[in-house]
Design a protein around this ligand. Sequence first.
Ligand code: NAD
Ligand code: UDP
Length: 331
Amino acid sequence: MNNNKTILITGAAGFLGSHLCDRFISEGFSVIGMDNFITGDEKNITHLKTHPNFSFVKHDVTEYIKIDGDLDYILHFASPASPIDYLKIPIQTLKVGSLGTHNLLGLAKAKKARMLIASTSEVYGDPLVHPQTESYFGNVNAIGPRGVYDEAKRFQESLTMAYHRFHGLEVRIARIFNTYGPRMRLNDGRVIPAFMGQVLRGEDLTVFGDGLQTRSFCYVDDQIEGIYKLLFSDYSLPVNIGNPDETTIIDFAKDILKLANSNQKITYKPLPQNDPLQRQPDISLAKKVLDWEPRVNRDEGMSMTFKYFQQLEEQELYKKAHKDFSSFNKR
Ligand code: NAD
Ligand code: UDP
């Protein structure tokens, strides 16, 4: 057990951050969660609030960060992560990747902590190399709408490597590919909650473009295991963490209809600007340096996630019915 080690996790109330809090608590760490709730949900960490090894600080990481006592590790996961979110809050997205990362690197240096950053497959942009290896420099449009996220993450990697080279800081860089699972927001716009929400509400599934663009989806438990192994590895350069199981979006939409046993329709909407046409991680490096590869196949992962969203939707309907009933009674 690691009961004398303390870890700060930023983005703790988000999808990946909350799963990381669970994992590190279960491994015996003292966990400090930090979040400003801009895209996260307090409910994701409610179950941890009374845990003796968990504390929470509501704070915007783009402002100076003060933590009392020792810190052994920092996981920087705070950042809007869905295209809808970062298009809505572009300046905050740029700030959390740049100013936020700078604050956290400064904190890591002061505390002599090891820092792992959540980078992304978006650093490869709309890739001209397929599958994407870590040595590929990418194809990003800095001034396009997605540039606010992609360039923030590229700057984040650059700043992190500069702290490593110039200050000797211990760093780890996870290039995370599309990850899904329970605790994603049903309305965050990413394709899995979007399609599952549409199925549950009886709406048409909205496929962008011709649906022939590809993605490769990784189940959250596999992603958390990869990040955990990366943190404790001795590898300082970026490592792709994702599932190479690639699919077109149109096939994916059909799979979701099959999973839900639904005969709802698919409608086509314009492809958003600079939407990458193909994406698949080459995970040879992760296999070699982390001895890691994903274990949960897409059918299993999707069915666990669908059950989660079904329950969420039922709770929402229940809450709505209850509210309607109470307001009816008050008349
Ligand atoms: P998320 O939106 O669920 O979680 C992000 C969290 O960060 C939210 O709780 C939000 O409130 C918090 N946050 C944002 N700005 C903040 C700020 N200035 N100060 C404090 N907290 C702030 O997203 P996620 O999917 O959990 O992504 C987490 C990290 O992983 C992000 O850095 C994202 O770029 C990266 N990532 C995720 C994926 C994926 O598929 N989920 C893929 C690539 C990279
Ligand atoms: N997409 C779609 N319909 C939706 C939402 C997304 O066809 O309602 C497509 C989107 O254009 C992209 C893919 O699904 O090609 C994955 O989108 P997501 O927002 O999940 O993440 P991205 O990988 O683009 O960051």
